[in-house]
Design a protein around this ligand. Structure first.
Ligand code: LLP
Length: 411
């Protein structure tokens, strides 16, 4: 460990003592750094970044994002409300839901929020409801995975439930013309699973190519899905390569009079690195030749390893100099809940505090109350100061909405 990391380890151990574990810690400086990296990669294009709230909706994080000059990409009415609570105006928000009832779209549209339509059913309903007053983005499924790609990828594309496929393009345009809907932007989102420069280029070229079909179009939105460095489930996205791709497409298209604003919706890229889940090891045991460390957490607090086989680095903060040993790291759920298998980690002792890294994106957000364990507290570090931004849950949170049924005596 260099001195910076040991300083950080000391600070995180203090936080673990002060607030208890499991604990989510978010470093605001890293979030700011990620925002700067993202912006820099696409300079000097006219870019607007909408933070994908779903990655981490803590109100203080949303407020920080607004402070850093970002807009907000939302997917549910409650995310919109939380955006409002954090200070975002409707003009600064985008609503990009999937498969939702038209009422949700109507609610957002009536608030003046930019809406993104991803199926013909809601496009038709939008036209019927607002006629020529209707304005929206269209999310297309550009179909950039060709027959040359693996059968798994083709299947992935076929089953992807998102967006309007190009095969429905004419039908989509008929609806647009029938009602006089203004298509202000086109949208695509290449999930982090297929976020590769060549696929991104194909998708982006398709978007630029289609843009000229809509006279009122001002924006192209390239969604999220940008991967951070590290040994993750998908390779790091080289944003500078994506920047080059877009700069080139942009200058080619400008010659033909097309110069839309470029929008992005990164989520995990902005918050993952900033977040660490601190857990305490309660039990160390050996079984069938496997060394196991059981922590006070589990997939109820960080689901990604179980759900996606995602890799999260694990540091032993309280015993960094220990002899590296292959260890299985678990939680305390009454179910197999590995964070890591056969991971080389400095020897873990009972009481050691471990840091699960890159946990800021979809960490707390996909947490649950499984096994009736409380969700962790969340702390944000700004200029070295720690701010408690969510209290740990209590029994009250587990039972708050429950109503004990009267069981009839004769039952
Ligand atoms: N825009 C749209 C339309 C999306 O569907 C998503 C994510 C994003 C933006 C933000 O994607 P990001 O930059 O955060 O990858 N739970 C998973 C990720 C699911 C992403 C769903 N859509 C995980 O833990 O990696």
């Amino acid at each position: 460990m260099d001195s910076n990391t040991s300083e950080e380890a000391k600070r995180y151990l203090e936080l673990a003592r002060e607030y208890g574990t499991p604990l989510y810690v978010y470093d605001a400086h890293i979030i700011r750094e990620q925002v700067q990296l993202f912006r820099k990669a696409f300079e000097p294009l006219p870019v607007r970044i909408f933070y994908a709230a779903k990655a981490l909706t803590n109100l203080s994080v949303l407020k920080l994002m607004r402070h850093l000059g970002l807009g907000l990409d939302t997917v549910s009415p409650a995310e919109i409300q939380m955006g409002r609570m954090a200070g975002f105006t409707p003009e600064e928000m985008l609503f990009t839901p999937n498969m939702v009832a038209f009422e949700e779209i109507r609610e957002a549209f009536d608030m003046g929020i930019t809406i993104n339509i991803e199926n013909l059913s809601n496009l038709e309903k939008l036209g019927r409801a607002y006629g020529s007053e209707a304005k929206c983005f269209i999310r297309i499924s550009p179909g950039f995975i060709t027959e040359k790609e693996s059968p798994e990828r083709q299947e992935w594309q076929k089953r992807s439930k998102f967006g309007i496929p190009l095969s429905q393009w004419q039908e989509m345009k008929q609806i647009v013309h029938r009602y006089g809907i203004t298509v202000v932007g086109l949208h695509m989102h290449a999930s982090h699973v297929v976020m590769e420069p060549e696929l991104f280029r194909r998708g982006a070229a398709i978007l630029f190519g289609l843009a000229s079909e809509f006279p009122g179009l001002c924006y192209l939105d390239f969604g999220g899905g940008y991967n951070i460095p590290g040994r993750h489930d998908a390779p790091e996205t080289d944003l500078s390569v994506l920047g080059n791709i877009l700069r080139q497409l942009y200058s080619e298209n400008r010659e033909h009079g097309l110069s839309p604003e470029i929008w992005f919706e990164p989520g995990r890229y902005l918050v993952a690195r900033a977040g660490t889940l601190l857990v305490t090891t309660r039990i160390v045991k050996e079984k069938n030749g496997v060394l196991m460390a059981g922590t006070d957490s589990g997939f109820n607090h960080l689901l990604r390893p179980m759900l996606y086989g995602a890799w999260h680095d694990i540091d032993n903060l309280s015993h960094p100099g220990g002899r590296p040993v292959l260890t299985d790291v678990y939680g305390n759920l009454c179910e197999q809940d590995p964070f890591a298998t056969d991971r080389e980690i400095p020897e873990i002792r009972e009481g050691d505090v471990l840091a699960l890294r890159d946990a800021g994106g979809y960490g707390f957000m996909m947490s649950s109350q499984y096994n009736s364990r409380y969700r962790p507290a969340e702390v944000m570090l700004i200029n070295g100061e720690d701010y408690l931004i969510r209290r740990r849950e209590t029994l009250d949170d587990l039972t708050r909405n429950q109503i004990i049924a009267d069981i009839p005596s004769g039952f």
